[in-house]
Design a binder for this molecule. Structure first.
Ligand code: GDP
Length: 423
């Protein structure tokens, strides 16, 4: 059985908690795209963790974790993350695809320099090097993990790469140049460090599929940040869609039967781009401070997240492009303080109401059309059965289910692993 867990929105939907929950029964958990640019927050019996690059199966010693070929592999970062878990007594199995691409020091530098150069036209990058990394990957000048063990080839490739790059560093950014030999030495060192974990993980996964193993593919960010289908150009540089799970892990698309799409009971976004149901001022501060497990602040950058009411138009679209077979709604408990709940059920633009998601320019101009529901005004944490939720809370979930057109099979009413209501 293969389940892919992905986001319906802008990311930070609570995928980490849900992945951790399913990881308990998974033989294999795979990261298939992105890099250390976004983080999952996981709270379980071992404590609270922010994972960025490691798959969420690391808390189950029986699970094999895989960093798939689609991932931007920052080896230095990975080492730090492994060490920080090991220091807290967590040991786990981790394998790395020999076809994963290695994130290089210049990717991070270019990310920083380019945002500096763009000034107020910046994209709101997390400066993890993701856009320059994927640019190199698709320009076919990147380094796959297996190349770390082909020394002569690697040296020559880096020399050519940095000849061009140093011109850019000097003349476009007016920044110090990079010595390719230093990069070479560090890559050889990193190659040795990860050597025992490197394997043809796609072949391993295809075998595991044949053997009927329980496999979880773990997505990062959400549908609206997908390079093709998201709010371009305010997107990430890899595909955040379940469909890419097949590519970024190396398995057949038809083997992915279960597409679990996560959405939060309200909306949050980190970074730039249109956000139709965004709220501001005291109203926003209150939701931001009450959100998630300790306020809505980015797991990678600590940046305050933008917050807003639930956007049913964006979420329906997110579910469609993900191909959702079921939806999990997280953070319903956060809304318990609200007198009235607002759900964005349409976008108004030039006197017309749209029910479909629009392009980036139109989204910037669109105004939200809200449906108002009564708040339930009582704490719902600790409730163990969906049926025991207050009627008004159930109405909120069921109204949204109707709007998005996909069954909401799980509702999360707290950040902990067991705070989940199955329907
Ligand atoms: P991810 O990147 O999709 O995994 O999302 P994040 O981990 O960045 O953000 C989700 C936040 O919500 C984290 O702080 C979680 O601990 C928290 N969280 C997840 N589910 C729930 C829930 O049902 N209720 C509450 N209050 N917090 C939750």
């Amino acid at each position: 059985m293969i389940r892919v867990i992905v986001g319906a929105n802008w990311g930070d939907e609570g995928k980490g908690k849900i992945t951790d929950m399913f990881a308990g029964e998974a033989d294999i958990v795979v990261r298939f795209q992105g890099g250390s640019n976004a983080g999952h927050t996981i709270i379980n019996e071992f404590g609270k963790f922010a994972l960025h690059l490691l798959p969420s199966g690391v808390f189950n010693p029986k699970t094999t974790n895989i960093i798939g070929n689609g991932v931007a592999l920052n080896i230095e970062y990975l080492m730090k993350e492994i060490k920080s878990l090991e220091e807290r007594g967590i040991s786990f199995k981790l394998l790395i695809s020999d076809r994963a691409q290695v994130l290089l020091p210049h990717h991070i530098l270019l990310d920083v320099y380019e945002e500096e150069r763009l000034g107020d036209k910046k994209f709101g990058s997390t400066k993890s090097g993701i856009a320059p990394f994927y640019s190199d990957k698709y320009s076919k000048i990147g380094i796959q993990v297996w190349e770390l063990y082909e020394k002569d080839m690697l040296k020559e490739k880096l020399q050519t790469m940095y000849e061009k790059l140093n011109v850019q560093l000097k003349y476009l950014y007016n920044k110090p140049q990079i010595d390719y030999l230093e990069v070479y030495e560090s890559l050889i060192k990193y190659g040795e460090i990860i050597k025992d974990r490197v394997c043809d993980s796609a072949a391993l996964l295809r075998k595991a599929v044949k053997e009927g193993k329980n496999i979880l593919l773990e997505g990062q960010l959400g549908a609206l940040r997908d390079t093709d289908h998201g709010i371009y150009p305010y997107v990430t540089s890899s595909s955040t869609l379940a469909g890419y799970g097949a590519v970024g892990a190396g398995i057949a698309p038809y083997d992915i039967k279960n597409i679990t799409v996560i959405t939060k009971a309200y909306s949050t976004a980190v970074g730039e781009g249109p956000f139709v149901s965004e709220i501001f001022g005291d109203e926003a501060n209150e939701l931001r401070n009450r959100g998630g497990d300790s306020g809505e602040f980015g797991a990678t950058t600590g940046r305050p997240r933008r917050v807003g009411y639930f956007d049913a138009v964006a979420t329906r679209y997110g579910c469609e492009v993900q191909g959702a077979t079921e939806v999990c709604m997280t953070c319903l408990d956060v809304l318990s303080y609200m007198d009235k709940l607002y759900i964005c059920t349409g976008y108004e633009l030039d006197g017309k109401v749209y029910k479909n998601f629009l392009n980036t320019a139109a989204l910037y101009k669109a105004k939200p059309v809200y449906t108002e529901l009564e708040g339930w005004k009582c704490d719902i944490r600790g409730i163990k059965n969906y049926d025991d939720l207050p009627e008004k809370a159930k109405k909120y979930v069921e109204f949204i289910e109707n709007e998005i057109g996909v069954r909401i099979s799980m509702v999360s009413n707290g950040p902990k692993r067991d705070e989940i209501l199955f329907r």
